[in-house]
Design a binder for this molecule. Structure first.
Ligand code: SAM
Length: 231
């Protein structure tokens, strides 16, 4: 029997890792990493030394075939992404889909098991500290850069649900401007969760105008990683 373990890893603070994740990584035959250099820092911090193999958005199909072959041979593989839960806005979902398809019979008979070893995600971490209604929310991942972007802002403005998406430091101010343009004044609150679990963790919330002005006035904080919530 072989395992493909989908292992959640920290989104900043390297101590945010479960006992089970450490055990799984420490006993994997191979750790599949989005970026091996990044994961090696985490492994070193926890004194884990296991072979690694890269799997990222641009991996060739031959890498997928190799992974499928390793699982067929009975190897235990652990998949991690650069941060958080593999598959949430990163290449993990694609690999899991391919393995499920290629090894459908082995999964059915129990020879291969895809197991979850859950951990943090920027999505749930942001919602947990934002103080916004989140019994019901829509997650958009990363917004498209061009095609469909304007339509999406119109949909966000029209939605009655809490909306969550990821944004990069290069686009956050542009995104805040778009929210300012599209959201009806007074109807929605914008919350920015930045650098979660890291030294400069910050939550900024208010009207789209207030939040845009905040970052305009604090340019030194237009860096790091961002989760945007519209509630
Ligand atoms: N799989 C990850 C997860 O479970 O959250 C997300 C991967 S996605 C490629 C990376 C994006 O997640 C970043 O651009 C940022 O928007 C968000 N993110 C990751 N870590 C974060 C952090 N510490 N603080 C705020 N946002 C973060």
């Amino acid at each position: 029997m072989s395992y493909l373990s989908i292992v959640g890893t920290p989104i900043g603070n390297l101590e945010d890792i479960t006992l089970r994740a450490l055990k799984t990584l420490g006993s994997a035959d191979i750790i599949l990493c989005e970026d091996t250099r990044m994961t090696k820092k985490l492994l070193a911090k926890h004194l884990i030394s296991r072979p690694t193999l890269s799997y990222h958005a641009h991996s060739a199909l031959s890498r997928v075939d190799e992974i499928i072959r390793l699982l067929r041979e009975g190897k235990n593989l652990a998949l991690v992404s650069d941060a958080g839960t593999p598959g949430i806005s990163d290449p993990g979902a694609d690999l899991v889909a391919r393995v499920r398809e290629a090894l459908a019979e082995e999964i059915r008979t129990g020879e291969v098991k895809i197991e979850s070893v859950p951990g943090p995600s920027a999505l749930t971490t942001a919602l947990s500290i934002a103080g916004v209604p989140c019994a019901d929310f829509t997650f958009l991942g990363f917004l498209p850069h061009k095609k469909g972007r304007e339509t999406l802002f119109r949909e966000i403005a029209a939605s009655e649900r809490t909306i969550v998406f990821y944004e990069s430091p290069h686009r956050i101010e542009k995104t805040l401007q778009s929210l300012k343009e599209h959201l009806v004044a007074g109807a929605r609150k914008v919350t920015i969760c930045r650098e979660l679990t890291k030294i400069f963790e910050e939550v900024v919330s208010g009207t789209p105008e207030e939040v845009a002005l905040h970052f305009q006035n604090h340019q030194d904080t237009v860096r790091g990683e961002f989760v945007v919530i519209v509630s």
